[in-house]
Write a protein that binds this ligand. Structure first.
Ligand SMILES: Cc1ncc(COP(=O)(O)O)c(C=O)c1O
Length: 421
């Protein structure tokens, strides 16, 4: 009897080689992309389970195919755990990922041509918040708000309010991919109430940190809807969830299925349930506190090394380094330089970046994955010091080789869960 892994190795050596290569890359280097994490071994097991064989169009108790005893059970478990974690009335756990999750919300509650407000992409917003290249960007009329460089890069609520009063949006989206501060939900809610707009918080990046109780919950400020991906700080499988008050339940569920999707990926729903179960345990709160402490420690090491951080630092799990200002390098060169020392990050536009997205001014860093490996403040300091050294002399092969060995040594002491070393 061969294990599934042995079968793959024997029957598809080409694919197997790529799998082993990726395992080695993940084991020997460190992941500092803030939207990534190492998921739980139990999640990997559930993702690769027989739930992937099952069609389950519809919702528990109302399916279009037979044989739903266990699919109904896992979806109910996932929904109950999500409601408990986020203290909300309804959870839809079927969105295949973050982009269809947000599309499902817009298509449920807006008409084509309606006005929506979202953060400008270079100031931290996500593509799904109305970037002109996205379908949602074309379907609705998006008004962008920005951060204020005079106020350390915090959101400019005076400008946001004036714009909302002028354009009367039907929905205001609060939520970001590269905004390194906590989200201040109160002002959004009062501006939205003033103009009669719905409030959506897309907490894809920080969903885990809210579930773990270390960042504010938008429902406490009276938000109507919250969306989150499940694979970032929540440590689950790739996927999305829509959380809302019960008055939106029918519209949201209809929008996800049959509006936008067909059969849900039940292996993913099962794996989401597993991750949400983990997030309900007290240890997850400790993990989240450490993610924040590690981000502060990494930011401190970078600032001490002369790095220029957008907004001057961080209050969540991520930071954006302006590499042009700090080291005279664009983000692409910085990303490649860190890759050469076994640190993975991603190039990133900075607010009103004069440089193009494939050669932007910055990089984005985050601590959820490193924290999952068990790294603490001293390791963050060590990584920050290595990064500064590398970015100061990106052409010095000898120094890069030395730094890579140091990073790989560190990684060897902190194995990534679920990743064969
Ligand atoms: C704020 C935000 N919303 C939505 C998404 C989209 O998620 P996905 O890549 O799973 O489609 C992301 C992904 O990075 C994100 O950061």
């Amino acid at each position: 009897m061969h294990s599934p892994r042995e079968l793959l190795q024997r029957n598809d050596p080409e694919l197997f080689a790529a799998l082993v290569g990726e395992e080695e890359r993940q084991a020997t280097g460190i992941e500092l992309i803030p939207s990534e994490n190492y998921t739980y071994p139990e999640v990997l097991a559930t993702l690769g389970s027989v739930f992937t064989n099952k069609y389950a169009e519809g919702y528990p108790g109302r399916r279009y195919y037979g044989g739903q005893t266990y699919t109904d059970a896992i979806e109910r478990i996932a929904r109950t755990r999500a409601r408990r974690l986020f203290r909300c009335e309804h959870a839809n756990v079927q969105p295949l990922s973050g982009a269809p999750m947000n599309a499902a919300v817009y298509l449920a509650l807006l008409e084509p041509g309606d006005t929506v407000m979202g953060m400008d992409l270079s100031h931290g917003g996500h593509l799904t918040h109305g970037a002109p290249v996205s379908h949602m960007g074309k379907l609705f009329r998006w008004i962008r708000y920005k951060t204020d460089p005079e106020a350390e890069g915090r959101i400019d609520f005076d400008a946001l309010r004036s714009s909302a009063l002028a354009h009367r949006p039907k929905m205001i989206v609060c939520g970001y991919s590269s905004y390194p501060r906590d989200y201040d939900y109160g002002p959004f809610k009062s501006i939205a109430d003033e103009v009669g707009a719905l409030t959506l918080a897309d907490v894809s990046h920080i969903g885990g940190l809210i579930a773990g109780g270390v960042l504010a919950n938008p429902f406490d400020a009276g938000f109507d809807l919250v969306t989150t991906t499940t694979h970032k700080s929540l440590r689950g499988p790739r996927g999305g969830m829509i959380l809302c008050r019960k008055e939106f339940r029918k519209a949201i569920d209809k929008s996800v299925f049959p509006g936008l999707q067909g059969g849900p990926h039940m292996n993913q729903v099962a794996a989401t349930a597993v991750a949400l179960g983990k997030a309900l345990q007290p240890a997850f709160g400790d993990y989240c506190r450490q993610v924040l402490a590690n981000a502060l420690a990494l930011a401190r090491a970078l600032l001490d090394g002369g790095a220029d951080l957008v907004t001057g630092g961080t209050a969540n799990h991520m930071m954006v380094v302006d590499c042009v200002r700090s080291f005279g390098l664009n983000g692409r060169v910085a990303e490649e330089t860190l890759d050469a020392i076994a640190i993975t990050c991603n190039k990133q536009v900075v607010p009103d970046d004069p440089n193009p997205p494939l050669r932007p001014s910055g990089i984005r860093l985050g601590t959820p994955a490193a924290t999952t490996r068990g790294m603490l403040e001293p390791e963050m300091k060590a990584l920050g010091t290595c990064m500064v050294e590398a970015l100061r002399s990106p052409g010095d092969e000898e120094s890069l080789g030395r730094l890579k060995a140091r990073v790989q040594d560190l990684c060897a002491s902190f194995p990534a869960p679920g990743v064969p070393g």
